[in-house]
Design a protein around this ligand. Sequence first.
Ligand code: ADP
Ligand code: MG
Length: 576
Amino acid sequence: MANVGRIVAVSGPLVTAAFDRPVVQNEVGYAEVDGLRLKAELIRVRGDTADLQVFEDTTGLFVGGRLEFTGEMLSAELGPGLLGLVVDGLQNPLVELAEASGYFLARGQYLAPIDRERRWAFTPSVGTGASVRAGDALGSVPEGVIDHRIMVPFGWHGWWTVREVAEAGDLGVDDVVATLEDEAGRTRSVTMVQRWPVKVPIQAYRERLRPDRPLVTKIRIVDTLFPVARGGTYCIPGPFGAGKTVLQQLTSRHAEVDVVIVAACGERAGEVVETLREFPEIVDPRTGRSLMERTVIVCNTSSMPVAAREASVYTAVTVAEYYRQMGLHVLLLADSTSRWAQALREVSGRLEEIPGEEAFPAYLESVVAAFYERGGLVSLRDGSTGSVTIGGTVSPAGGNFEEPVTQATLKVVGAFHGLSRARSDARRYPAIDPLESWSHYAGVVDADDIALARTVLQEGNEVAQMMKVVGEEGTGLDDFVSFLKAEYLDGAYLQQDAFDDVDGASSADRQALVFGEIARVLRATLRLDGKDAARRWFQTLTQATKDWNRAAWGEAAFDEGRARVRELLEEVRGDA
Ligand code: ADP
Ligand code: MG
């Protein structure tokens, strides 16, 4: 019999319902209005009433109305066919939903994300009699370029014996692929689809490992100076228009991962539309086909109800963990986590909780930490490894990094790519500030060269500040050369033309080689005859290095570019 409660209060996205039979935290309820059932999540129990956040516009809900508790926690559906989808925070496939209900999404309409009609070429990987546990593969189906493992459902406890397994062949997602028996002799069937509560991490792996290998993004300033690790976490704060979204698209396209999950949470509707329009056109450099084939976009705009926005990051990270469990490397990009935090703030305000800084809930830090902790590198029981790397943008008002969301994020992430307004205004892209940013992870180039680069940037900045006061005339030649060295490193290496096919993506080998040459310049004592001569020489060198950056690896022009840079250095080298 259904567990039905009565609505006793409605406040914005929140309803309070009285109940007689037990309810549980995070369970799903449906508030009924005009024959519609509006999905909601239980977020607090007080005595015999429960507060639920409704994922839809609550107009029309009334005191005395019915609210049905389902007993199921807010869950994601996991199985083949997720790649390529654009879903909302409740995993409704948006294109299909629009087809079913017209351009304006109807209230109370929910669709399963996974196509029930589609058939998949299943190949078993275990035989009858095998002993398996939650998360172990029973077989696989090809999903685009991915080998999609069909696994023992993550919530099944203990050891199971395979009693039957389907032969190789085409199956639908609801067909039984295996029958398993537990230690007490009970049997259960496994299909290709399982459900998992989005707020609970999937931990069907053997152990968590320390993220110790770089995730090559092919963005030089990132991989060389502020690397990200596979299974690590990083944060990209930046003011509006500083290039957060472009950076995320570049990373999605070029980073060395198998699957990309984008949580486009709560930026203005126009921006999400842009993401939806642009993403399918991004060409995957590995396959030459649309990047969408190995991407899932979970999106919500700030015009959608706050609860749906809150759900979207959890749905996204759950899907990321699901693919990690197949031994894949997954990149989750959340843009922007500030909008997500604002959703938390709004709901917390409605609940009349004691507010923390800037009216964010006092538990903001632990919620942010728990989200980033779902990233990680893991080893699976079959010996393979998988990872979820999480990159979150933060859009602090006025670019003020002191605000609570940025601060809470900085405490937990392993790298910080701070975007600077001054750099983006000067069109120095990517606008990652080389003086403010940091990373705790190991990168792809020589550590001594990195230390040198930092010193050069620091010294160059000091001279630049001084020159603002005393002018170029008041600056000595040595200081001026320090300044030019920093400008050279920035202009010829840290900046990268996202729209050039070769320069836009730089492999780890290429970075190590080019940066080695640049470090030779930075280290050298230069015989330059006055400031004008110094400026001219650095201009020529910068141009030569930029030309080299546009020459494809392995082609004659690449070797020529390197020779030209060396030749220029020899012309003025004082310490040879
Ligand atoms: P944000 O998401 O931070 O508000 P966007 O990523 O939308 O900012 O970037 C704003 C604009 O800046 C872009 O439309 C583009 O013209 C320019 N831009 C940003 N990053 C780059 C880049 N790496 N290369 C060239 N242009 C860029
Ligand atoms: Mg943006």
